[in-house]
Design a protein around this ligand. Sequence first.
Ligand SMILES: Nc1nc2c(c(=O)[nH]1)N[C@H]1C(S)=C(S)[C@@H](COP(=O)(O)OP(=O)(O)OC[C@H]3O[C@@H](n4cnc5c(=O)[nH]c(N)nc54)[C@H](O)[C@@H]3O)O[C@H]1N2
Ligand SMILES: Nc1nc2c(c(=O)[nH]1)N[C@H]1C(S)=C(S)[C@@H](COP(=O)(O)OP(=O)(O)OC[C@H]3O[C@@H](n4cnc5c(=O)[nH]c(N)nc54)[C@H](O)[C@@H]3O)O[C@H]1N2
Ligand SMILES: [Mo]
Length: 821
Amino acid sequence: MTISRRSFLKGIAATSAAGLIGPSLLQQAVAAASESPGQWQVSGSHWGAFRARVYAGKVQEIKPFEADSYPTEMLKGIKGIIYSPSRIRYPMVRYDWFLKRHQSDTKQRGDNRFIRVTWDQAIDMFYQELERVQTQYGPWALHTGQTGWRQTGQVHSCGNHMERAIAMHGYSVKKVGDYSTGAGQTIMPYVLGSTEVYAQGTSWPLILKHSKTIVLWGSDLVKNLQVGWNCETHEAYEYLEQLKEKVAKKQIRVISVDPVRTKTQKYLNCEQQYVNPQTDVPFMLGIAHTLYSEKLHDENFLKTYALGFEDFIPYVMGKSKDKVEKTPEWAESICGIAADDIREFARLLAKQRTQIIFGWCVQRQQHGEQPYWMGAVIAAMLGQIGLPGGGISYAHHYSSIGVPSTGAAGPGGFPRNPDNPDDRIHKNNDFKGYSSTIPVARWVDAIIEPGKKINANGATITLPDLKMMVFSGCNPWHHHQDRNRMKQAFQKLETVVSVDFTWTATCRFADIVLPACTQWERNDIDLYGSYSSRGIIAMHKLVDPLFQSKTDFDIFTLLAKRFGKDKAYTQGKGEMEWVKQLYDECAQANKGKFEMPDFATFWQQGWVDFGKGENWTRQADFREDPEINALGTPSGFIEIFSRKIDRYGYDDCQGHPMWFEKAERSHGGPGSDKHPIWLQSCHPDKRLHSQMCDSEAFRATYTVQGREPLYMNPKDAAQRGIKDGDLVRVFNQRGQLLAGAVVSDDYAPGVARLQEGAWYGPESEAIGALDTYGDPNTLTMDIGTSQLAQATSANTCLVEIEKYQGDAPAVTAFGGPVEIS
Ligand SMILES: Nc1nc2c(c(=O)[nH]1)N[C@H]1C(S)=C(S)[C@@H](COP(=O)(O)OP(=O)(O)OC[C@H]3O[C@@H](n4cnc5c(=O)[nH]c(N)nc54)[C@H](O)[C@@H]3O)O[C@H]1N2
Ligand SMILES: Nc1nc2c(c(=O)[nH]1)N[C@H]1C(S)=C(S)[C@@H](COP(=O)(O)OP(=O)(O)OC[C@H]3O[C@@H](n4cnc5c(=O)[nH]c(N)nc54)[C@H](O)[C@@H]3O)O[C@H]1N2
Ligand SMILES: [Mo]
């Protein structure tokens, strides 16, 4: 175990200089524990559980949790979150808003000038604004639905606190879907009958045992499994380590279909199938053409389990309206893969047991529904759906999906809604013809074009006329696309409230900013292993809330008190009573199956271990009996053709999967004459989105001249006179930013990466101002994927890059507001 674990660490170290926190370091930390003063306390996070040595009211050091064999390097960034110079210290109000309230000069929004106020003043203003908006307008003018990656812990889950308290005051606009999988979770219920993206996948041990070929389709497991929605266990890495050994022994062939050499590919030392960005569908159509022409497809499977193959195949064979045969030669001209290689690839898939594993990035682009649907069609043609180690999965890179699950119940949460639906001060539920729920990524559209009607998943949405927005546990000034368009939109809002513990760009563009504390400044409880249900983790408060920060629980209790609902809000219980109640309810739910100790013992031990889970094969029951275990699709079968979608009549998402040209595409596609480089904004290796970007010492391990790294190909760099380490200006018709060049062969010509979550640091509040740090959403396009999902198309984005000449402006992203007295 020790040797193979070392080799795992070596594999990681090849791609990241510092490597993971190794076992030797762990032992050193344990040894040090007996000598250094203070107490080692257990807590949790998206990055895993850990123990922290707390002494003199301060977190001194952090070491991985003893049950975590593959801790992430990101644990090194945690202290820097707590003690970040960007921490919000006091309630703050934007200068001009303080003077003129909702009639302020909104062009000043983003100038970062703020006035310090007391908690009482801040909560008064927040409450008065809610009152004003509910009475002057109505629930359609208030949006509170934008949620995101709140820190872990079930009692303090901050989105729930904000939504519950505000719902007790009145109704507001909500969202449907999310930025992660908006296109995937909308299309897949039509095709395979569930979202697929949030479903448990076939267990890794079965894949390791039965698969002969594994295709990682735009999926970077090693990078993305470092974090989880609940407290992460990192158990998946055990199986990746075994996979690496099988690849070396040539027992399993793994191919990464990706325009980039991924961290996973390098760790596994497996093959790459390069594909031009955004052209997976032509590649897959070429595969389908080969499978069909060479009779490699499983007719029996298609007849028994799928509907609509005969409606689809004319499109492939050039017999449908467009009269274009989707031959491998046709595909080659778009996806850049030689026709013969496409044929070879198709034959390989059909030859033996093949597991296809999709990541999510390919659906975060225009027409992102199509590659997912087309992937399911290929899998159906191969006929292996429901077999162990065969078929298709859409989420093995996420939150330890594929780790065998124990099936144990986890702790519930603090309620998001009022206990009694009528328990609201303002009962006005009249949205004046506007929609009360909108697709999550369409809120900026709503601000800009209120009243506009858009199609979404078979419905018509009337975009509401938003006047006030409240954000908590999310950072839209990182997560949403097209900063300069957002700036324009925000000038139309009357009031913006942001609750956070760190001064993100969302705080900079808000009017009222309330300082929450971090999860390590409160007690909580969480599930250990989001999908594996490995156990329950205690989250001990490590230090008291810093500066004047408060828990979200306390903040929204104060707000509810303004309208006399504080008792109803808390149900008369404090923090530890909630923690204990969630634990006791969980113990009750697991009774007879998993024995849990009493609360005091659990709290002292730090966790409950449910042990290892059981193997499971996705869709095996459907394969066994498609009548009894029908899929959740309208027909109960795999829908290669969807009558329902066909009837919607959308031109950009029709009855079966198709190739649609993109608004912007590199390698000869639209817009590439002007801005030739495709910018992908993948998920960061050393952050969780924007979280941890303000962790100073840790950020310094990857920045270039203090800026976010821009990864690009050596040829592209040489053509532009750019050298590794140079400062570059990245720009297009939507915006411009500064970044630091990292020149690397991992990126194909015409491909560049800026990781999402880089903090936005505009030189000024003016529209078009240079972003001084490197937020990719300064450049991305804010359009829906299609009329079906209306999801984000962040990865449909072209840019040009040039060496930056002259004196670079200082980075403005970090360090909080400018305080005006
Ligand atoms: N270009 C581009 N854009 C993208 C993506 C992409 O691939 N490319 N990916 C998209 C995806 S998949 C996602 S999931 C989103 C992520 O978008 P977000 O979920 O908005 O991203 P985070 O950076 O995690 O923001 C969480 C914020 O909540 C705050 N917070 C955390 N815990 C608490 C708490 O307990 N209380 C309070 N009050 N605040 C808290 C954090 O400090 C942080 O500012 O980004 C999307 N945006
Ligand atoms: N370390 C870390 N892990 C995370 C997160 C994080 O912030 N940090 N965030 C979590 C969250 S919220 C989410 S939603 C997931 C995101 O999970 P994903 O969306 O799957 O992750 P990405 O890293 O954006 O992209 C995965 C791969 O897709 C490839 N790719 C991009 N475009 C194309 C294309 O057109 N064709 C092909 N074939 N490949 C393409 C990229 O090169 C990359 O290697 O990650 C989760 N895990
Ligand atoms: Mo996500």
